[in-house]
Design a protein around this ligand. Structure first.
Ligand code: FAD
Length: 479
């Protein structure tokens, strides 16, 4: 069979451009293919580069240490000291994530695609990817339509899927025990965001903070998700919400409403008293957009036969914050490095590529199953319980530890004394303790992520059973 490339990277977003850079730097003959032309590199949909565009500095430091890449203005738009999660009653806020930046996404995307080209990858634009070419269960390439809508086929030794949430490659893999082809609707957030110019009516750092990213937890405004206001340069903000479908349905049923995501975003913007004289900033036709992001743990394996996946195609966004830029950076680099080395050593079997799974877990992935558990717990709380919990259950330090997937010791006795009244609060607190125990269990399971492919099945069965059990106990209950 004709082999055109050592490595094909499908999708030139963050994960893809970095995977192609790392593979090409290792001497692999690499193709980076995307439906976008260079001018709109990394654009997710017709609606633009739909994203909150906030990323922690730690992820940019990772890129510096692995690939020697440095970012600066204009792709780094605004520096932020951290991210505040604010309670529905606006009385408590917890700082997490640490220093970071909001990005000028179109500029960042072009920069990293240029980097891939400089490293030696070929960038093929205007090509739609429709599915994998299979030889039995082995993935040998991709097919799709070129810019003239003509069918094309490209062959490779290793395929890296970086097509994002709705990947046409992952969804057309052979049925297998390693990678789920579909993402459950319960694990998706429907999101939308506007980039807006505005005047500050007055200062209230709970609504707009030029030095911090703000997250508003509120099950009425953003059921099963949250709203955000992230600062950008020149009196602009990135403002949006994410909602979970069943939470939205339940909230609407209980309130007798039929609000859509679009309506809720407009209401959220309207709700904010500080951002006055708002105007959509449609630079790069990127002013308003809607898309989905997954909030589950990453796929339990990121490798299947000659296929590897990175970024949103593998559901890598953080289950609590939905931050997927950092994991896309980490996984893109690791996938490209490991694919490049596999080509160099001529060891491209699934057993050899398995080290991508263990490496990704070591660097980022081992906490995400625990965070998925915490996300499900949060979605089971109404606004009153979130208010009460942020006031009485958790200290800001404990909340920060939880958000990193590090388990704080939450003392039952000490906290029970603080529970002033109400059986609902006591139950929610007991549930929090149960949740943290489950999180610990998942963290321990992920510490034992199988080093070899042959040990995957029993480990995987345990993870799936734990998740199922927890999700059945904690249905979404926003109102
Ligand atoms: C509204 C919203 C807000 C978010 N906010 C944040 C945030 O503030 N911080 C954060 O860290 N994360 C955030 N995320 C998540 C983040 O945007 C993603 O995790 C990140 O973009 C993933 O990068 P990726 O390279 O994996 O995929 P993508 O950015 O989706 O890139 C996929 C690429 O593949 C191309 N492609 C897709 N399908 C095809 C096809 N069939 N043929 C050819 N090309 C194709 C696309 O055009 C694109 O170039 C947000 C997501 C949304 C939706």
């Amino acid at each position: 069979m004709e082999t055109n490339y050592d490595v094909i990277v499908a999708g030139a977003g963050i994960a893809g451009a970095l995977a192609a850079t790392a593979a090409a730097q290792r001497g692999a003959k690499t193709l980076l293919i995307d439906r976008n032309y260079f001018e709109t590199a990394g654009k997710k949909t017709n609606w633009g580069w739909v994203c909150g565009d906030a990323v922690a500095k730690a992820h940019l430091d990772f890129l510096h240490s692995e690939l020697g890449i440095d970012f600066d203005s204009p792709e780094l738009d605004t520096k932020v000291d951290g991210v505040y999660a604010i309670s529905p009653d606006m009385k408590n806020k917890f700082l997490f994530e640490g220093e970071g930046y909001t990005l000028d996404r179109p500029k960042l995307a072009k920069k990293i695609v240029n980097m891939a080209k400089k490293a030696g990858a070929e960038y093929l634009e205007g090509h739609e990817v429709e599915g994998p070419i299979l030889d039995g269960n082995k993935i040998t390439g991709i097919f799709g339509k070129d810019e003239k809508k003509q069918e094309y086929k490209k062959y490779c030794k290793i395929l890296i899927d970086c097509l994002g949430t709705a990947s046409t490659l992952r969804r057309k893999l052979p049925v297998n025990d390693y990678i789920s082809r579909e993402v459950s609707v319960d694990d998706l957030e429907s999101t939308g965001r506007y980039i807006m110019k505005f005047d500050s009516k007055y200062d209230d750092l709970n609504y707009y903070d030029p030095k911090n990213a703000l997250i508003h937890l509120n099950q009425v405004l953003a059921p099963g998700g949250y709203g955000w206001v992230f600062p950008k340069s020149n009196h602009r903000i990135n403002v949006g919400i994410g909602v979970e479908k069943h939470s939205l349905d339940r909230r609407n049923a209980k309130l007798g409403k039929s609000d859509s995501l679009h309506k809720l975003i407009d209401e959220y913007v309207e709700w904010n008293p500080v951002i006055a004289n708002r105007q959509v900033d449609d630079t790069d036709s990127n002013g308003k957009g809607y898309w989905s992001v997954s909030v589950r743990r990453q796929q339990d394996s990121l490798v299947y036969m000659n296929y590897m996946g990175a970024g949103d195609s593998m559901s890598m966004a953080n289950p609590i914050s939905a931050g997927g830029i950092g994991p896309a950076m980490v996984s893109g680099v690791l996938a490209g490095e490991i694919a490049g080395e596999a080509i160099r050593e001529n060891k491209i079997s699934m057993e050899h590529l398995w080290k991508y799974n263990t490496k990704y877990n070591e660097v980022y992935g081992s906490k995400t199953a625990a965070l998925e558990i915490f996300r499900v717990y949060l979605q089971s709380l109404n606004n009153d319980l979130i208010n009460y919990g942020m006031e009485h259950f958790l200290t800001p330090k404990e909340a920060e530890e939880l958000s990193y997937g590090r388990m704080p010791e939450i003392s039952m006795a000490g906290k029970f004394q603080k529970l002033l009244s109400g059986i609902a609060n006591i139950n929610a607190f007991k549930n929090l303790l149960y949740t943290t125990q489950k999180m610990k269990l998942l963290i321990d399971l992920y510490k034992k992520y199988p080093k070899e492919m042959k040990d995957f099945a029993p480990w995987h069965n345990k993870v799936v059973a734990e998740m199922k059990d927890f999700k059945e106990k904690f249905p979404a209950n926003p109102i």
